[in-house]
Design a protein around this ligand. Structure first.
Ligand code: GUN
Ligand code: ZN
Length: 441
C-alpha cells in the first residue's frame, strides 16, 4: 500500500504545559501534515516539506480545517459495564451489588463477551480513543473476547481478567489458585501478542482475600513488564470496609504496598480520600493515581485533588471509568475534570487537558515512545477533531481567536460528533477517503 499523507492543523505535545500560554510545550503546524508508512509515522511538519518528502505516489487525506492530534488514551474503564452506564441512584458498594455484579455475570457466555467487546472497541474509536486500559470480567473468555476485538482492529489495548474471591456473587468468584492460573495463561496468550498488553487485575481489596493478594503479588513479581490495575480510596464506606478486612495494614494504600503491588506500571483508580502518608507512598513507588471525574461525580464519591498529588510529586492519569463513568468521550471527561478541579480552586488549562489525554496518559503508561505524541517512529494512532461539529460550537468558534480557546471549546462542548476521523496504525477507522497522488490545493 502507498504511503499516507494526513493533512490538517497538526498539534502534538512535547512536554507538560506549565500554564495557559506555554507555547513551548507543543508543536503546532497551521498547514501541517503527518506522513505514515507501515503503521508508523515517518514524517511530520509543515505540509509543503512533508509533501516533498513523500514524493508522488502517496495517498492524501485532507482534513483541513480540522485538528490532527495523537489518538486519545483512556487509562481506566470496564468493558463488561458497557451496558450498565446510567444505572440509577446508588453509591459505590450498593451500585456494584445492585447493578454491576449482575451485569458482569453475562460475560460467562463467549458470544455475549464477543458482541460487547466489538461494540466497546467501536465506541472507543468513535470517541477518538485509540488506546485504553480496561478491566474484563472474572471469566477468562471475556479477556479472549477483549483482546480478539482489539487485534481485529489492530488497537494498542491493555486489559486483564478481574480477580475476586470474596464479597461478590458465587458466579463471579474465582479462587487464589484459579485466579493465578488463569491470569498466567492469559498473560502467555495475550501479552505482547500484536499490540496487546496485559494488566494483572485484582479488583480491589474488598473482593480479594489475603491469599489472593499474595498470588497477585507473585504474578507481579513474575511478570514485571505487565501492568497492574486496581481501585483505591474511592468511597468512604469502601475505605472503612477494606481497612477492616486488613487490620494489620497502616491504611488502604498499605494493603497494596504490603503485597508488592505498587510500582511504575500500577494504575490505581480514583485515589480520592488519601492521607499525606499514602500519597507519599504513591510518589515513592511511582504508582499512578487515576482521576475519573465523571465517575466520581456520578457515584457521589468525591473530588480528586490533583494539586495535592503534584505537591507530593505523585503521578496521575485521566480516565472515563465507564460504566460508573458516564461517557466514553475523553473530551467530555476533561470537561468534567475542569469542573471538579475548579470546585477546589484548581485550574485545568485546555493545553493541560489535551496534554493529559495524549502525552500525559502515554507517559503514565510508559508508552510515550510509541503513542500519545506525533513523532517520527511513533505508531500512527491519530485523531482528527472538528471544532465546529455542532451548530452551537460553530457559533462559539466564530468569536474564538486562539488555539487555546479552540481547544477549550472542543473540551467543553465537544463529544463523539467532534471526531471527524480516527486512524489506528495508519488505517482510517471511520472511513474517510484518501486521494492518491499529486498536489492538492
Ligand atoms: N471499585 C471496585 N470495582 C469497581 C468498579 O467496577 N467501578 C468503580 N467505579 N469502582 C470500583
Ligand atoms: Zn473502575
Amino acid at each position: 500500500m502507498s504511503d499516507l499523507l494526513i493533512r490538517g492543523r497538526v498539534l502534538t505535545f512535547v512536554r507538560e504545559p506549565e500554564g495557559i500560554d506555554d507555547t513551548a510545550a507543543y508543536r503546532f503546524h497551521e498547514d501541517g501534515a503527518v506522513l505514515v508508512a507501515d503503521g508508523k509515522i515517518t514524517g511530520l511538519g509543515a505540509y509543503g516539506e512533508v509533501a516533498k518528502q513523500a514524493g508522488g505516489n502517496v495517498r492524501i487525506a485532507d482534513h483541513r480545517p480540522h485538528l490532527v492530534l495523537p489518538g486519545l488514551i483512556d487509562t481506566h474503564l470496564h468493558f463488561p459495564q458497557t451496558q450498565a452506564i446510567a444505572s440509577y441512584g446508588a453509591q459505590l458498594l450498593e451500585w456494584l451489588n445492585t447493578y454491576i455484579f449482575v451485569e458482569e455475570q453475562k460475560f460467562k457466555a463467549p458470544e455475549h463477551a464477543a458482541f460487547i467487546a466489538g461494540r466497546f472497541m467501536d465506541e472507543l474509536l468513535s470517541n477518538g480513543t485509540t488506546t485504553a486500559v480496561a478491566y474484563c470480567s472474572v471469566h477468562p473468555q471475556s479477556v479472549d473476547a477483549f483482546f480478539a476485538a482489539a487485534a481485529e482492529r489492530n488497537m494498542l489495548m491493555i486489559g486483564g481478567k478481574v480477580m475476586m474471591d470474596r464479597n461478590a456473587p458465587e458466579a463471579l468468584r474465582d479462587t487464589p489458585a484459579t485466579g493465578y492460573d488463569e491470569t498466567k495463561r492469559l498473560i502467555e496468550k495475550w501479552h505482547g501478542r500484536g499490540r496487546g498488553h496485559y494488566a494483572i487485575s485484582p479488583r480491589f481489596a474488598i473482593t480479594s482475600t489475603p491469599e489472593q493478594m499474595e498470588m497477585s503479588g507473585a504474578l507481579v513479581a513474575e511478570h514485571p513488564d505487565c501492568y497492574v490495575q486496581t481501585h483505591l480510596s474511592e468511597n468512604l464506606d469502601e475505605i472503612a470496609f477494606a481497612t477492616s478486612l486488613y487490620p494489620e495494614a497502616k491504611d488502604y494504600t498499605d494493603i497494596y504496598a504490603s503485597y508488592g503491588l505498587l510500582g511504575r506500571k500500577t494504575l490505581l483508580g480514583h485515589c480520592i480520600h488519601l492521607s499525606d502518608r499514602e500519597i507519599a507512598v504513591l510518589a515513592e513507588t511511582g504508582a499512578v493515581g487515576v482521576f475519573c471525574p465523571t465517575s466520581n461525580l456520578f457515584l457521589g464519591s468525591g473530588l480528586f485533588d490533583r494539586d495535592r498529588f503534584a505537591r507530593h510529586g505523585a503521578r496521575h492519569a485521566v480516565a472515563t471509568d465507564v460504566g460508573a463513568g458516564t461517557s466514553f468521550s475523553m473530551l467530555e471527561t476533561m470537561d468534567e475534570a475542569y469542573k471538579v478541579l475548579h470546585l477546589q480552586g484548581q485550574r485545568l488549562s485546555p493545553l493541560h487537558s489535551f496534554y493529559m489525554m495524549t502525552l500525559g496518559n502515554a507517559r503514565a503508561l510508559e508508552l510515550d515512545h510509541r503513542i500519545g505524541s506525533l513523532h517520527v517512529g511513533a505508531d500512527a494512532d491519530i485523531v482528527v477533531l472538528d471544532s465546529r461539529a455542532k451548530p452551537a460550537m460553530e457559533l462559539r468558534m466564530q468569536v474564538a481567536s486562539t488555539l487555546g480557546e479552540e481547544l477549550f471549546v472542543l473540551q467543553t462542548m465537544g463529544d463523539d460528533r467532534s471526531v471527524a476521523e480516527v486512524y489506528v496504525a495508519g488505517r482510517a477507522m471511520k472511513g474517510s477517503r484518501a486521494k492518491t497522488g499529486g498536489e492538492s490545493s
